[in-house]
Design a protein. Structure first.
Length: 223
């Protein structure tokens, strides 16, 4: 749903400081024809640390853009809302100066968060690539096919993107874990780089469009 927050930038506006990115709460809306106006916003949580970290802001923005461009999978689903909010909470926790969770101090915590968030979102939409059975081995991912194939492609053509054995092993291991437990599993730099590239390709595959957050935040999405 799209709604306008009139007066949110006004010094005397009741919505000033409330209608900001990544705030969660209860909105009261007024509809006049096709126009929808926000009349009140009772904020439960601001996710302040996300807005104070450029890297965290881009990762959270990427998820928001994916949800917007996929229209939330076409359904008003409580599980989807929980997935988004749980993800924002973990990003906020990771970006916080307190960093209460041990995993947030490991290498590449935001990469792990984005990979796990997108991987699980694809599952909710029914387009998560099926991991080949048997021992982990390198495969290729081709956007548009929603799946993996043997490296090399038909006729010896180069694969669209080579997914390493360690990335596949990581996905196999973490797919059986909860979101929070999965992001606690560490990654080496090489695997993190490969896994992040896969996640961004999968994100655009799910959205059926190029993602502005990826193109404008190219330096952020680099390992």
């Amino acid at each position: 749903m799209r709604a306008a927050a009139y007066g949110a930038a006004s010094r005397r506006g009741s919505l000033r400081g409330r209608v900001v990115p990544f705030a969660m709460g209860t909105l009261r809306l007024y509809r006049a024809g096709e126009a929808v106006k926000i009349t009140e916003f009772e904020v439960d949580r601001y996710f302040t640390a996300i807005r104070e970290s450029l890297e965290a802001y881009y990762h959270a923005s990427l998820w928001a853009e994916i949800v917007r461009k996929t229209h939330g999978g076409g359904a008003a689903d409580g599980d989807l809302f929980d997935h988004v909010i749980d993800g924002f909470a973990l990003v906020d926790e990771c970006a916080s100066d307190r960093r209460p969770a041990p995993w947030s101090n490991d290498a590449f915590p935001l990469v792990r968060l984005t990979l796990q968030w997108i991987w699980r979102y694809a599952q909710m939409l029914g387009v998560q690539p099926e991991i080949p059975a048997g021992p982990p081995r390198g495969v290729a991912f081709r956007p548009g096919d929603h799946g993996f194939e043997a490296t090399g492609g038909p006729g010896g053509a180069p694969a669209r993107f080579a997914v390493g054995e360690r990335t596949i092993a990581y996905l196999i291991h973490t797919s059986a874990l909860s979101f929070r437990d999965a992001v606690a599993v560490p990654l080496t730099r090489e695997t993190a780089r490969n896994a992040l590239s896969l996640a961004l390709l999968l994100a655009e595959d799910v959205a059926h469009d190029r993602l502005n957050t990826v193109s404008t935040g190219a330096a952020v999405f680099t390992v």
